[in-house]
Ligand binder design. Structure first.
Ligand SMILES: Cc1cc2nc3c(=O)[nH]c(=O)nc-3n(C[C@H](O)[C@H](O)[C@H](O)COP(=O)(O)OP(=O)(O)OC[C@H]3O[C@@H](n4cnc5c(N)ncnc54)[C@H](O)[C@@H]3O)c2cc1C
Length: 491
């Protein structure tokens, strides 16, 4: 099969579907958009063989952004449950920090079916059951993609722009066959989280709001149960949860070696479910729509987004572009913002007849300005927090996190740790001075991370408008990150 079109999108996850919708929606000319997903229609958007692996939580703000910009509507049943915010609980369970911020728990299996209705309404042609294997290059430009259908037939889709939304294991990005600034690989040991979750029903007989609360997504920080990551219990109803955790591979190896243990992701998730005292008699829901989606594991990139997300005729979005937030691995919000921004820029490039790296460059600039500018700072903070023992995390949450920081985190901004960075405040507050003296290294490092984040944000706000200035900008970024890693002992 061979198809010629204007834009081919690879991957029918949230990033690919919404980018395809955005291109179709924003184009004034009749742009032909084709979307390829390797799943059949009934399993559209399925991430792995085992399911639509996700914690299912998305902020109200992100979902409203995509609905308003694309003129679409999500409601029940694809929205399963509403929450008032996120509660983060320290390892010693003594400090609970409530980050307000309404959100939704999605049904990730039903959501893509609603997306399909909109894709078809917007005139996007969807090819089901096609596995994209390879980009087609001519004269240092990407001009299409090759793949295979379920029955082994070759499929070739030629397009002016190929959108790579094929998720964190993208083979297209890894094997990008032209010269470009797009980074092909991530540091898998340090910048990828191994994650997994169950969807479970249970008997609501033990009321303990630090373990389950239908009004809040609960995050438990615990370097023993989730080394280099965190555990979550997200409500999907009054007695239903999405429960799981993420770990960093090197942190898990260190922890196993230190305790002489041989835990893996699955054994840790099972331990967490057992440790959760509110989840009594847990069982996998039977029947539609959860059947076939009750347990699965997958990987999430937790680095800053790819420093450059465009090449001649090629763009990358969502997990394939390493968009999830480094601090909490939330990837739905950035995918939705990224899709709308990308759709607008692809349409502009096609209408201006320039789909080169320069013609598509505006996507890099706009994404960084709207969403991506904070991610390198979060990357440094995440890397540092991953090295801390439970004891330091509990201490820091109790004594060094201020109201200002909580407000910042609510706005999804970097905490500035004013208790530690404001010299006068430390000088005038005897109790704070005592705490700083108790953990001088922790206090110094958190203050350093806050200042470094400020510098990184400033650097990102100067993201180059033209590709020619990119190498210099990136060299400076790498210097900043190297200095942070050395200073924090993260090399
Ligand atoms: C366990 C876990 C929990 C998470 N929890 C949350 C959370 O609570 N909130 C949040 O915001 N984020 C969460 N995330 C991250 C979030 O799920 C991702 O950021 C999001 O799904 C990214 O969307 P995407 O479209 O980029 O990629 P994906 O969702 O991975 O979609 C990629 C699509 O492309 C298809 N595909 C892949 N390769 C090919 C190919 N070669 N050819 C054709 N099709 C292909 C796949 O089958 C899939 O349909 C979690 C992730 C995991 C693993």
């Amino acid at each position: 099969m061979r198809i010629d079109c204007d834009v081919v999108v690879v991957g029918g996850g949230p990033a690919g579907s919404h980018t395809a919708m955005a291109v179709a929606r924003f184009s004034k000319q009749n742009i032909r958009v084709v979307l390829i997903d390797r799943n059949e229609r009934s399993e559209f958007g399925k991430k792995t063989r085992r399911g639509w692996t996700c914690g299912d939580a998305v902020s109200k703000r992100s979902l409203e952004f995509v609905m308003e910009n694309l003129g679409i509507m999500y409601e029940r049943p694809e929205i399963e449950h509403e929450v008032d915010g996120v509660l983060v609980i320290s390892p010693d369970h003594e400090t609970k920090v409530l980050f307000d911020g309404e959100g939704y728990l999605l049904n990730r299996k039903l959501w893509p079916q609603k997306q399909l209705q909109y894709l078809e309404k917007f005139g996007v042609e969807v090819l089901f059951g096609v596995d994209a294997r390879q980009l087609i290059a001519e004269d240092n430009r990407i001009v299409g993609v090759k793949g295979t259908s379920r029955d082994g037939e070759p499929v070739e889709v030629r397009a002016k722009v190929v959108v790579d939304a094929s998720g964190s294991a993208s083979v297209l990005r890894s094997n990008l066959p032209i010269e470009s600034y797009v980074e092909r690989e991530i540091d898998k040991e340090n910048d990828m989280e191994a994650t997994g979750r169950y969807i479970l029903e249970f008997d609501r007989v033990v009321e303990d709001e630090t373990w389950f609360d239908p009004r809040y997504c609960i995050i438990h920080l615990d370097q023993f149960l989730a080394p280099g990551g965190y555990c979550w219990t997200f409500p999907k109803g009054e007695s239903k949860v999405n429960i799981g955790l993420g770990v960093q591979k090197t942190a898990l190896d260190r922890r196993n070696a230190a305790y002489g243990l041989r835990d893996n992701l699955t054994s840790l998730i099972d331990q967490y479910v057992r440790a959760n005292r509110a989840i009594v008699n847990p069982r996998e829901p039977e029947g539609y729509p959860d059947q076939g989606n009750t347990y699965s594991t997958w990987q999430v990139p937790v680095r800053r987004q790819n420093d450059c997300m465009v090449a001649n005729g090629y763009v990358v979005v969502g997990d394939a572009a390493w968009m999830p937030r480094p601090i909490d691995a939330g990837g739905l919000g950035p995918s939705l913002y990224g899709s709308v921004i990308l759709g607008r820029n692809v349409v502009r490039a096609i209408e201006e007849n320039d789909v080169s790296q320069d013609g598509l460059w505006g996507y890099n600039v706009e994404y960084v300005r709207v969403y991506g500018y904070q991610m390198a700072g979060f990357e440094v903070l995440r890397r540092y927090l991953q090295t801390l023992p439970n004891d330091d995390i509990s201490f820091g949450m109790k004594h060094f996190l201020s109201e200002d920081d909580i407000e910042s985190i609510k706005r999804r901004e970097h905490p500035r740790f004013p208790l530690l960075t404001n010299f006068l405040r430390v000088l005038l507050d005897a109790e704070l001075r005592r705490r700083v003296r108790e953990r001088p290294k922790l206090a110094r490092s958190l203050a350093y991370v806050a200042n470094k984040s400020r510098r990184l944000i400033k650097h990102y706000l100067n993201y180059p408008e033209r590709s020619a200035d990119f190498p210099r900008w990136r060299a400076q970024l790498l210097r900043e990150l190297k200095e942070a890693n050395e200073r924090l002992g993260l090399t």
